[in-house]
Write a new protein. Structure first.
Length: 157
């Protein structure tokens, strides 16, 4: 007779799911903290032109976006079809640019103020009159780093 007997028919214990809700809420909290929401709702139609020589902006937090284009269908009844300037989430005039720049400078550390870039996202159909007015106002406000947003030319090699 043997001293040790084999255990037959015994199944592995079930996996405990008691901590599963904790894990799910931890993942949910992680994605809520890490997700970046869009800053502005686009109220103007912007179809940027194509370009061959492009450089990518390094830090998006140091970029002011100024949109210039015709209002979308939703806003044409109120604002017409003339090209308009959009700063942040609302329509603005060229005179509102200095205040817009100052609001952005507050969010950026003082040591990095010289690295702030204004990016003009201009529709390809817009005439240069409003663009020149915006550039003049940026220059008067002390914002000398200006860039034009464009799409990569699919025909370029």
């Amino acid at each position: 007779m043997s001293k040790f007997s084999k255990k037959r028919g015994k199944a592995d214990p079930a996996i405990s799911t008691a901590s599963l809700p904790d894990i799910i809420f931890m993942l949910l909290f992680f994605f809520m903290v890490v997700t970046v929401l869009r800053d502005a709702e686009l109220k103007v139609n912007v179809s940027t032109p194509y370009a061959t020589e492009l450089t990518k902006l390094e830090e998006k937090s140091l970029v002011n976006y100024l949109y210039i284009g015709k209002p979308t269908q939703k806003y044409q009844a109120l604002y017409g079809t003339k090209p308009r300037l959009q700063l942040g989430d609302k329509f603005a005039t060229v005179a509102d640019i200095p205040l817009f720049l100052e609001k952005h400078k507050i969010k950026v550390p003082e040591a990095r103020h010289g690295q702030i870039t204004s990016s003009l996202r201009v529709d390809g159909e817009v005439t240069m009159g409003i663009v020149q007015d915006v550039k003049t106002q940026l220059r008067k406000s002390g914002q000398l780093k200006v860039n034009y947003s464009a799409k990569k030319d699919p025909d370029a090699k």
